[in-house]
Design a protein around this ligand. Structure first.
Ligand code: ADP
Ligand code: MG
Length: 265
């Protein structure tokens, strides 16, 4: 004789295996408690199923975001929320917020170039945009330009450059931090040109640089390549000129004033 509860127990016993097979870890964790509540409160089956699926979808999205953020190598604390726009009057907050919406540039391979002296918040601002784009479902990678150049150069030596470039292709936005620190004598920077040419009009690049274009001759192997690289980068680009005082220095100032005031006592 089989009672309804025996059948229910037999079904329940099969569930964990099926949920593992289907890769539904959230439902696997939550179904028992929710089933109990559903039985107790006589929910319609649609409501029970809907709740389970909704939880799975929500957690899946949370895991996806966490993975994308970890893959991005973005410094976690450099968000737009912690960026003080009042410190850089030359940069319009509304413009940056529009860029954070992604419309009209990401996905069309348009670029973003941030110029200015050290400490003016170029990296912070671009990383903040990176975080905002991840929130919107885009894939972003943050790299120091000189490190990427070395990686690409090693790949070229091993005849793996195309596959290394293909790996970078899955990122909607590639942030090349401190481009002007990459030096042609430090490593063969023509790989950087190949990367720029490869992504041109397809995949976006964001660059931070202390030095203006005129000094990029120091970065690329020859003048013709510098011109060709700059040409491709600026063809569809937003340029942010961050000509402000160093935020680091300004942040340090009050502390120093305090110290000297104490010393003067
Ligand atoms: P840059 O890349 O231009 O050299 P960073 O983005 O590294 O400058 O900024 C230097 C430091 O100052 C970082 O710790 C950054 O978070 C902080 N910082 C710079 N500008 C701002 C700003 N406008 N609001 C908040 N923090 C800022
Ligand atoms: Mg920087």
């Amino acid at each position: 004789m089989t009672s309804a509860s025996t059948i229910a127990a037999a079904d329940a016993a099969r569930l964990p295996i099926m949920l593992t097979e289907l890769r539904l870890p959230t439902i696997k964790r939550t179904w028992a408690e929710l089933a109990e509540q559903s039985n107790r409160e006589s929910w319609p089956a649609e409501r029970f199923l809907g709740m389970l699926l909704e939880q799975e979808m929500n957690e899946r999205e949370t895991r996806r975001l966490a993975r994308a953020r970890a893959d991005s190598h973005l410094p976690p604390d450099k968000s737009l929320g912690s960026f003080d726009f009042a410190a850089v009057p030359a940069v319009s907050k509304a413009h940056v917020m529009a860029l954070a919406e992604a419309d009209g540039w990401i996905g069309q391979g348009h670029n973003l170039l941030a110029f200015g002296p050290p400490g003016t918040g170029k990296s912070h601002l671009v990383c903040g945009l990176g975080h905002a784009l991840i929130d919107r479902g885009y894939k972003v990678l943050f790299v120091r330009t000189s490190e990427l150049v070395q990686r690409l150069q090693a790949a070229r030596r091993d005849l793996r450059l195309p596959s290394e470039l293909a790996k970078l292709d899955r990122f909607d936005l590639l942030i090349l931090d401190d481009l002007s620190y990459a030096r042609r004598d430090q490593a063969e920077t023509s790989v950087l040109f190949e990367l720029i040419a490869e992504r041109y009009e397809r995949r976006s690049i964001a660059i931070t640089a202390n030095a203006p274009f005129s000094a990029w001759d120091e970065v690329f192997p020859d003048k013709a390549m510098t011109i060709a690289a700059v040409d491709r980068l600026v063809h569809h680009a937003t340029i942010l000129e961050m000509n402000a005082d160093s935020y680091r220095r300004r942040a340090a100032l009050p502390a120093r004033r305090q110290r000297s005031a104490i010393e003067a006592q």
